[in-house]
Design a protein around this ligand. Structure first.
Ligand code: SF4
Length: 227
């Protein structure tokens, strides 16, 4: 399938997912809060991430306090998200880096940079990879970056939108080229919802899947995954 056909196919899949999971209008968010929340979300679920973020907000009055807090205090505050000894220094390092560069804890300046410049800046912060950078850019700032988490990676490879051996990092690049930027946000969210509810890592529920007719994985092994 050539690039233009892939773009059409991704749009068709997007429309099917819209019918299944609904639309998700974008609204702006604080990029620093999005960055911290994304670090908290690593290797945990949304509920634990949100509990940790809430505790953070209750315990500290502002990002400066989070940046300067004794490490053990911050680890304790974000305990619900797990991996506190890894995530707490990562959060403080990111906040220190922002302070060094901007003299304040704000990422609003990213909106004034080109997409490539903004992404490069985020990637230069220790602990921020392509997914976190894309989440900050898309979710908080509405910039055309396409985040690829484990669900998006798995579902788009199974569908055949990207080759099955594509790395997560490379998937960002391929999907950004293929998918129309105006659908990045709802398409990303609906791929995650589909990955969580139907296209599980193990035993995907292909028999109940609305994307059967668009799925390379299903076409290759149509009976072995029906259940
Ligand atoms: S048909 Fe199966 S493998 Fe393909 S998207 Fe649906 S659940 Fe996933």
């Amino acid at each position: 399938m050539n690039d233009s056909l892939k773009t059409q196919e991704s749009m068709t899949i997007h429309r099917i997912l819209l019918n299944a999971y609904g639309d998700h209008p974008w609204s702006p968010d604080d990029p620093v809060a999005t960055l911290v929340s994304t670090i908290l979300s690593q290797n945990t679920n949304d509920v634990n991430r949100d509990r940790a973020f809430q505790q953070l907000e209750e315990r500290f009055a502002d990002w400066e306090q989070v940046r300067d807090a004794p490490l053990d205090e911050l680890i304790e505050a974000i305990r619900p998200a797990g991996l506190g000894p890894t995530k707490a220094p990562r959060i403080q390092e990111a906040l220190r880096r922002i302070t060094q560069e901007r003299d304040e804890i704000s990422l609003a300046f990213l909106d004034e940079l080109s997409l490539d410049e903004a992404r490069s800046w985020l990637l230069s912060v220790p602990g921020i990879g392509p997914k976190t950078a894309a989440i900050v850019l898309l979710f908080a700032l509405g910039r055309p970056a396409f985040p690829v988490d484990t669900h998006v990676h798995r579902v788009t490879r199974r569908l055949g939108l990207i080759p099955s051996k594509t790395s997560r990092e490379k998937a960002h690049e391929l999907l950004e080229e293929m998918v129309s930027p105006e659908i990045y946000y709802p398409f990303h969210i609906n791929l995650i919802l589909h990955g969580r509810s139907v296209c599980h890592p193990r035993n995907p529920e292909c028999g109940a899947c609305v994307l059967q007719d668009h799925c390379a994985f299903y076409a290759a092994v149509p009976t072995s995954t029906d259940s």
